[in-house]
Design a protein around this ligand. Structure first.
Ligand SMILES: Cc1ncc(COP(=O)(O)O)c(C=O)c1O
Length: 382
């Protein structure tokens, strides 16, 4: 990505001219074309009323499904549109029989919604792997815990807590050797690191437009590998999962044969519009270029922090680091508030300030954050 390309891309994100925005793992920046898409959505609503479903909104959902599937190395038939990651995990969790295999293996570094899915099921024996260094889980830990009683190996692609990226191929192999299903929460992976789901071997992967894909809240993407779909029978469902939803047949229900069998009703059209607009922006940039830039910015961020004596809580394996960096801090909420007053947007998690640059950020923004955090440390409490 050269300077001109970067300048052009940055001009698409209004927040970048107002703030030093370094919080994309929480919420990706909204591009102007996303805002225009929202206006178009409202105009279609005014102009066409319900016929907008057929002329514009359902076709837009299919275009989004196709683009996202391609972006993630999957096919449109393997992708379901759901409202949230939690609902995507729930519907899969309700798609198997725990009679013969009742163990689910997760980790303490996963986003809690992943863990809660199984914690509420009394028939499930939940194993929560603990991280020896607070940053990653070793593949051998999964190997030890996943056995012939295991229904799901369920964990994250990139840990939201530490940015450590797990190897999907290794996880899928461990699950499959034991006959278990490999379910990955990829919310912090898709859009910040390259994802090739066909090649990865995982059985299911959840993602969404909210964060690194810059498409806003209201939708999640659930990938289920083609060969697995027919074996899964969700116990929560909707008319969208029916093979012929527009028959409105009250007497007969049959699941679709593609991933739409996991859908739970009408999707959020405003988000389909914003997510599609953002996807059209990201597709030509390409995931390799985005990831390369994120690696560059993260290296600079980590070096800058370490030079000033901060301790970023990052993976000890440099090739597994991503653009989510947590910095140990005594008063993270106060630091984030002071930085916000200076127009620098980052976030905090218990005991840490969390920074997440994306491809559209500059070296100057990263350096300014590091200098400001250093200054905050020296600032006496009011
Ligand atoms: C890794 C990960 N999974 C899941 C979620 C939450 O998903 P949802 O609110 O869509 O259920 C988040 C953050 O919001 C996350 O970072």
């Amino acid at each position: 990505m050269d300077e001109d390309e970067l300048r052009r891309l940055r001009s698409e994100f209004p927040i970048l001219s107002r703030k030093r925005y370094l919080n994309s793992c929480s919420l990706g920046a909204l591009p102007t074309r996303g805002e225009e898409a929202l206006r178009r959505f409202a105009e279609e609503w005014h102009e066409k009323g319900a016929s907008a479903w057929y002329d514009a909104w359902l076709p837009a959902a299919e275009e989004l499904r196709e683009r996202v599937a391609r972006f993630l190395g999957a096919t449109p038939a393997e992708l379901a549109l759901l409202p949230t990651t939690s609902s995507a995990l729930s519907v899969l969790g309700e798609s198997v029989d725990y009679g013969r295999r009742n163990r689910v293996v997760v980790t303490e570094l996963d986003f809690p919604t992943q863990i809660y899915q199984w914690a509420v099921k009394s028939e499930v024996e939940l194993v929560v792997l603990e991280s020896p260094d607070g940053v990653r889980i070793h593949p051998e830990q999964f190997e030890e815990a996943v056995d012939d009683r295991t229904a799901f190996l369920a964990t994250s692609h990139v840990f939201f807590t530490t940015g450590h990226r797990q190897d999907l191929g290794v996880l899928a192999d461990i699950a499959h050797r034991a006959g278990a299903f490999c379910l990955i929460d990829g919310y912090q992976g898709a859009g910040q690191v390259p994802v090739d789901l066909a090649e990865s071997g995982v059985d299911a992967y959840t993602a969404g437009p909210l964060k690194w894909l810059c498409g806003g809240p209201g939708l999640a993407y659930l990938y289920v590998r083609r060969e697995r779909i027919a074996h899964l029978h969700p116990r929560i469902t909707s008319w969208f999962a029916h093979e012929r939803p527009f028959d409105f047949d009250p007497h007969h229900f049959a699941f679709r044969t593609d991933a739409r069998r996991f859908e739970l009703g009408t999707p959020a059209v405003p988000t389909i519009r914003t997510a599609l607009a953002a996807q059209k922006l990201l597709d030509p940039v390409g995931m390799e270029a985005i990831a390369a830039r994120n690696r560059h910015l993260t290296r600079r961020l980590v070096t800058g922090l370490e030079e000033r004596g901060f301790r970023p809580n990052i993976s000890p394996e440099p090739e597994r680091r991503t653009a989510i960096v947590l910095v140990a801090h005594d008063e993270p909420a106060r630091a984030v508030e002071i930085l916000d007053g200076e127009g620098i947007v980052v976030d905090h998690r218990p005991g840490h300030v969390r920074v997440s640059p994306h491809f559209y950020n500059t070296e100057e923004e990263v350096d300014t954050f590091v200098e400001a955090l250093d200054r905050v440390r020296a600032q006496p409490r009011p």
